[in-house]
Ligand binder design. Sequence first.
Ligand code: HEM
Length: 412
Amino acid sequence: MTVAADPFEAFDHSTGSGIVRDPYPRLAELRAASGGVHEGHLDDAFGVPRSPEAEGPKSGHYFSALSYEAVTQVLLDGETFSSSGYGKSMGLVMGHSILEMDEPEHRRYRDLLQPAFTLKAMERWEREVVTPIVHRRIDAFAEAGRADLVRDFTFPFPLEVISSMLGLPDEDLPAFHRMAVELISIAIDIERGLNASQSLRDYFAGILTERRSAPRDDLISLLAQADLDGERLTDEDIFAFLRLLLPAGAETTYRSSSNLLFGLLTDPAQLDALRSDRSLMRRAIEEGLRWEAPLTGISRWTTRDVEVCGTSIPAESMVQVCVGAGNHDPARWEDPERFHLHREVKPHIAFATGPHTCLGLHLARMETVVALNALFDRLPNLRLDPAAEDVHITGLTFRAPRELPVLFDRAC
Ligand code: HEM
């Protein structure tokens, strides 16, 4: 298979970007026709080429959970629906991270990482890391009166946040982002993914050695000193977590903040409502995540025969868990395809649920609050460039607009 030279482009394409514009009507059909669990692989239902290298489930069966009820049943039952299958895909390049662990191992490791991601910890990250990075980014285009908010803002800032939390030098950022995207492109180019994994390992090894001898106030130092039942985390444990953090923390937040901005910029009345009443910010963020989840699907593997919403699933099957479809279930949300700031607040599942609920959810929310407030405060009359053609969100598994061309009055 030919892989585009640009790893960002290749990754986007493999996740349905440019092929699938709006998956929600078809997902609604599949959900309605199946009662919540569709038998089959979603890539096939959407004409997205399947990755030739990916190893299939032993039973040979694929299922897709599409209703809110089916998705939550799967995600809340980690014994029946194991995460260990990631070991044969993402795990090949990330190492043995919490993403592919089941209980009780998962909980032990997750508890070690949790302190850096609590609401309390966010106060410091917001002040010392996120706010300065967001404003530095805006400084770079505020005088111009125009920008592409994806290229100039939402794409770069979440990765800068992660690397700053880790305590990495600024000049390493571009290479670092490239390696992170290459890492998760394993399904389309296994060789490239494995090379990126090794390069990241070598890169982190040098920094970890430094932090072990001279700890600082950063995440790598915290991991170097973390204690697991009286033992230190091994270097490989730490590399696996660090490798996971890059795509988990950067890809998703760039996409979710872009999707929310798209929803607002294409609906000026809702944009004005939020700009003039910031108490609506949290609502806007949760509705943006529900409406256009940046990562629409995750996976689980059955450890036994099971029934979900009337569909029998044999052991050793792969279940695609479509949180995006669950978030658009009309049984839970009225008029689910609509981005609506004032809809009744109900928890969504863009961050999953159950034992693997996103560890970075407070960080992602805080980053988005800081980013949007800064844009609204500093860029008066922010609006979509009327000359821009056909700006839209695209993708099946990962979704985002490719560009957000905007105009604004010259900034103060
Ligand atoms: C809007 C942004 C984000 C979304 C929508 C999101 C979504 C998700 C989802 C759906 C999962 C479950 C994966 C699975 O079980 O297969 C997950 C797990 C995870 N996320 Fe996020 N995420 C976001 C931001 C972040 C950030 C900013 C970080 C950290 C810097 C992060 C770190 C993690 C980690 C470490 C896990 C693994 C948790 C575990 O396995 O116990 N995420 N995320």
